[in-house]
Design a protein around this ligand. Structure first.
Ligand code: ADP
Ligand code: ASP
Ligand code: MG
Length: 408
């Protein structure tokens, strides 16, 4: 007998028919003798609808009230799923994040889980009850409702699995595993049987939204194996687990991409100590996260400086820089919010040279210009014009032999 935490995403609970199908799946797992804690998302489209509703009275909406509103999405699903289970004769009990006591910090809209009180859950499991928990939400120490950021139900599930020391955390979604890249963009993408925490963390943080980054951080920190599975199709999915030395390491495990960034360039910046601090200090003070940074070699006492920020922060960052032009003696500021980032990820990169040149050649062969490059031990990222994103991802997928074998 095992303790399993299952999470069902928005599409998997998108209608009452689908909720009924999820209830049948839960009952099938339970009949194998397992204890079950089930985490659910809001029905598909619901969180987006609530986000739009909230904008009716000001954008951005008041952070505390926004969380009160957003958390209702998941509350609908926990009650419906519990009703469906009970209607099938399966004892079930729903809990909001606050009722469990998923304690978070007070950063509304992107709160972090601090502690989970598992007393109620254990008592229910002992009685043979299926525990149904609302994902994406918690409560802070002052009793305010908080949410964990988009995609946050993944993190609720993994955090619960860690707190309960579950045997496995199963994430049921609309794809049957983690693929070499988003299968919606590259139909030739291949499902991976296994991927290690480190690679999945890079994939998630570089744009693969199949799992929220924080869920992978949690899994890695507390050593919780995750299995990504389809709600609609049988299969063994993808296991996300610690790096396995017996595994043959693929050079590249996957390709991540994102269109969420924008680029800011400062030309003719005086080349003197403190200048980077002066520019980026104000950006950081405005709570804007900076991703890539490039500074050129100085010539004639000046240098050029480029960095990227989330597209939502583009205008704010540009305004801050414009206010500094005079003070710092910067010649010109250029902005571009039509960029995209493509990243190759793989622990196999550690022991292989020549990956960057294969990457650059594949992009050059398609006539794609690289605007920025950044590397780490297990990833290489490039920034290109967003109109070439799909073309670039497909070219790299083929160049690194990631395409599935096609039968003709
Ligand atoms: P859920 O609502 O179940 O949480 P999400 O939409 O958050 O589902 O995540 C599943 C989606 O992630 C897939 O439909 C797919 O388009 C996307 N995705 C992006 N990158 C990958 C990848 N490498 N492997 C699998 N799916 C991916
Ligand atoms: N419902 C939330 C969202 O759409 C959380 C989640 O589904 O993980 O982002
Ligand atoms: Mg998701």
């Amino acid at each position: 007998m095992a303790l399993i935490v299952q999470k069902y995403g928005g599409t998997s609970v998108g209608s009452t028919e689908r909720i009924a199908a999820v209830a049948d799946k839960i009952i099938a797992t339970r009949s194998q003798g397992h204890d079950l804690v089930v985490v659910v998302s809001a029905m598909s489209g619901e969180t987006n609808r609530l986000v739009e509703l909230a904008k009716s009275f000001g954008d951005p909406p008041h952070a505390r009230e926004f969380d009160v509103l957003l958390a209702t999405g998941e509350q609908v699903t926990i009650s419906l799923l519990s009703m469906a289970l009970q209607a099938r004769g399966c004892p079930a009990r729903s809990y909001t994040g606050a009722q469990v006591q998923i304690l978070t910090d007070s950063v509304h809209n992107k709160a972090r889980i601090l502690e989970i009180n598992d007393k109620n859950i254990h008592a229910d499991l002992k009685r043979g009850t299926v525990v149904v928990v609302a994902g994406f939400q918690g409560i802070d120490c002052d009793g305010n409702i908080t949410t964990l950021g988009r995609g946050g139900s993944d993190t609720s599930a993994v955090a619960l699995a860690a707190a309960l020391e579950a045997d496995e955390c199963q994430i049921y979604t609309d794809v049957d595993g983690v693929y070499t890249t988003d299968p919606r963009v590259v139909p030739e993408a291949r499902r991976l049987d296994q991927i290690c925490f480190e690679e999945m963390l890079e994939m998630a943080s570089l744009g693969s939204k199949v799992l929220q980054i924080r869920s992978v951080e949690f899994a890695s920190k507390f050593n919780v194996p995750i299995r990504v599975l389809s709600s609609f199709k049988e299969g063994k999915g993808t296991l996300i687990a610690p790096e396995d030395n017996k595994m043959e390491k693929a050079l590249i495990s996957g390709i991540a991409f994102n269109r969420d960034e924008s680029k800011l360039t400062l030309l003719g910046v005086p080349d003197q100590p403190g200048i980077a601090y002066n520019i980026l200090g104000d950006i950081a003070d405005a709570n804007i996260e900076v991703d890539m940074i490039i500074q050129n070699i100085g010539a004639d006492g000046t240098t050029d400086f480029t960095f990227t920020v989330h597209r939502n922060d583009y205008k704010k960052a540009l305004d801050i820089l414009h206010n500094k032009t005079k003070d710092l003696g910067i010649r010109e500021i250029k902005g571009d919010n039509h960029i995209a980032k493509i990243s190759l990820v793989g622990v196999g990169m550690r022991s292989h040279a020549g990956i960057a040149s294969t990457m650059f050649k594949a992009l050059a062969d398609e006539g794609i210009n690289i605007q920025m490059i950044s590397t780490s031990e297990i990833k290489i990222s490039v920034v290109i014009h967003e109109k070439y994103l799909e073309l670039g991802v497909r070219a790299l997928h083929t160049a690194f032999n990631l395409d599935k074998e096609t039968k003709d």
